[in-house]
Design a protein around this ligand. Structure first.
Ligand SMILES: Cc1cc2nc3c(=O)[nH]c(=O)nc-3n(C[C@H](O)[C@H](O)[C@H](O)COP(=O)(O)O)c2cc1C
Length: 156
């Protein structure tokens, strides 16, 4: 199975989860770059507002063609209970070219069900598997067990 790990990360948690998944599957990664600044207090406030309003952003051109892969594994932090604008922009950009997908997330609560449901509805694809990791588990390393189970599900 040829898999691609696509993710957005503002402060590194989702990147760590993406790296663990990519390493376990020996899959390449495509990091999404939001061209709207999310740095500092103003960036943080705008981030929450844009996510809450379901506003997509402009992302830097992506490198990989998803049709070259059997599975696209898409990761997002949760902002205001939603997917990030960069991931929304990617899904809107690629939704006709995504076949088999899986979702992952890092967020403070460890619950991304609503965001995953919205991602599914946006691309009209049921994810093959999902995993939501809390930011505390990213920091203390506890996420590796969840990632292991997620990868196992993807390979089964
Ligand atoms: C603007 C903003 C809004 C957030 N809203 C939520 C939220 O609604 N629920 C939640 O559990 N975490 C929320 N978080 C926390 C992040 O989802 C969490 O820290 C995540 O691990 C960050 O991932 P990253 O380091 O890859 O950017 C929010 C963070 C930011 C910056």
């Amino acid at each position: 199975m040829k898999a691609l790990v696509v993710f957005y990360s503002r402060s590194g948690n989702t990147r760590r989860v993406a790296e663990a998944i990519a390493s376990a599957l020996e899959a390449p990664m495509e990091e999404l770059h939001d061209l709207r600044s999310r740095a500092g207090l103003i960036g943080w406030l705008r981030a929450g507002l844009d996510a809450w309003r379901s506003a997509p952003t402009v992302i830097a051109p992506t490198r990989e063609d998803p049709t070259d892969y059997d599975l696209i594994i898409i990761g997002t932090p949760i902002w205001a209970g939603r997917m990030t604008p960069a991931v929304r922009a990617y899904l809107l950009q690629e939704r006709d070219r995504l076949e088999k997908v899986a979702f992952f997330s890092s967020c403070d609560s460890g619950n991304a069900d609503a965001a995953f449901a919205e991602m599914r509805d946006l691309i009209e694809r049921e994810p093959y598997a999902t995993v939501a990791v809390s930011s505390a588990e990213v920091k203390d390393g506890g996420y590796t067990q969840q990632v292991g189970m997620f990868v196992h599900e993807l390979l089964s």
